[in-house]
Ligand binder design. Structure first.
Ligand code: CO8
Length: 257
């Protein structure tokens, strides 16, 4: 399938999605949202793909939802059309997703990066929730995911003043997992994704599920959930292989079984 707003590639066991609306700084319009759903569904069906990297251009990961597309909408357009709901399906991706962010990640762009499992930032990255400057507020999860990522004080500061955070501040605050030079961004993100894709897929997916559970439940429930998944992994051949390989001092050959 040909995409209008995305470039889709396979790099070994990694699916690479590049946002491709350069003239609008990768602003997220409805075509892009639908194409992303479609591309992700294909990567999920493809057993050869173990992890996904989402990136933009050097200047912009994404400068937000498309303001030009939204500006004339009425309340009923937004409500009855369930504006932005498709992004929930993207956030529900089961395979690990890494956001490789260079340049602007603003509004919906920051929210999209936060839907991924972790963010690797280039040293020129800028994060922000500037919706307040447009007379609106975050609508793709920013008020929730940013607060969980950086805490109330910084989330309030970002969302109420609309100011941007640079890569150093974002790493210090826990929004991004690592900062790399801009020319190494894709290489580093692809290497991290390839590493994940090389592990046992059941273990990878259960790890992701369990970490995400931490954001949604009590500590006691989360620990119980983790233990059940941990027990379940002893039903996999990959657990036998991984531990046997350690004892035999060789590299494991996981088969996702
Ligand atoms: N939407 C549409 N077009 C955009 C967007 C955007 N978000 N951002 C940039 N563009 C376009 C510009 O209009 C411009 O197009 P043109 O050349 O046709 O005028 C082109 O991209 C280049 O942009 P600039 O000339 O502005 O580039 P600069 O380098 O001068 O500035 C900035 C870069 C600072 C990133 C600036 O473009 C900017 O402030 N952009 C808007 C940032 C913003 O406010 N983002 C939040 C959008 S709202 C949002 O994301 C809400 C999400 C949740 C909605 C949920 C609803 C239910």
């Amino acid at each position: 399938m040909a995409y209008e707003t995305l470039i889709i590639e396979k790099r070994g066991a990694v699916g690479l999605i590049t946002l491709n609306r350069p003239h609008a700084l990768n602003a997220l319009n409805s075509i892009l949202m639908h194409e992303m759903e479609e591309a992700l569904a294909r990567f999920h069906e493809d057993d050869a793909i173990g992890a996904i990297v989402l990136t933009g251009s050097e200047k912009a990961f994404a400068a937000g939802a498309d303001i030009k597309e939204m500006k004339d909408l009425s309340f009923t357009d937004a409500y009855l059309g369930d504006l932005m709901a498709g992004w929930d399906r993207i956030a529900a991706s089961r395979k690990p997703m890494i956001a490789a962010v260079s340049g602007f990640a603003l509004g919906g762009g920051c929210e999209l990066a936060m839907m991924c499992d972790f963010i690797i930032a280039a040293d020129n990255a800028k994060f922000g929730q500037p919706e307040i400057t447009l007379g609106i507020m975050p609508g793709m999860g920013g008020s929730q995911r940013l607060t969980r990522a950086v805490g109330k004080s910084k989330a309030m500061d970002m969302a109420l003043t609309g100011r941007m955070m640079d890569a150093v501040e974002a790493e210090r605050a826990g929004l991004v997992s690592r900062i790399v030079p801009v020319d190494k961004l894709l290489e580093e993100a692809l290497a991290a994704a390839a590493k994940i894709a090389g592990f046992s897929r059941p273990a990878v997916l259960m790890t992701k599920e369990s970490v995400n559970r931490a954001l949604e439940t009590t500590l006691a429930e989360g620990v119980r959930f983790e233990r059940r998944l941990f027990h379940a992994l002893f039903a996999t051949e990959d657990q036998k292989e991984g531990m046997a390989a350690f004892v035999e001092k060789r590299k494991p050959a996981f088969r996702n079984l």
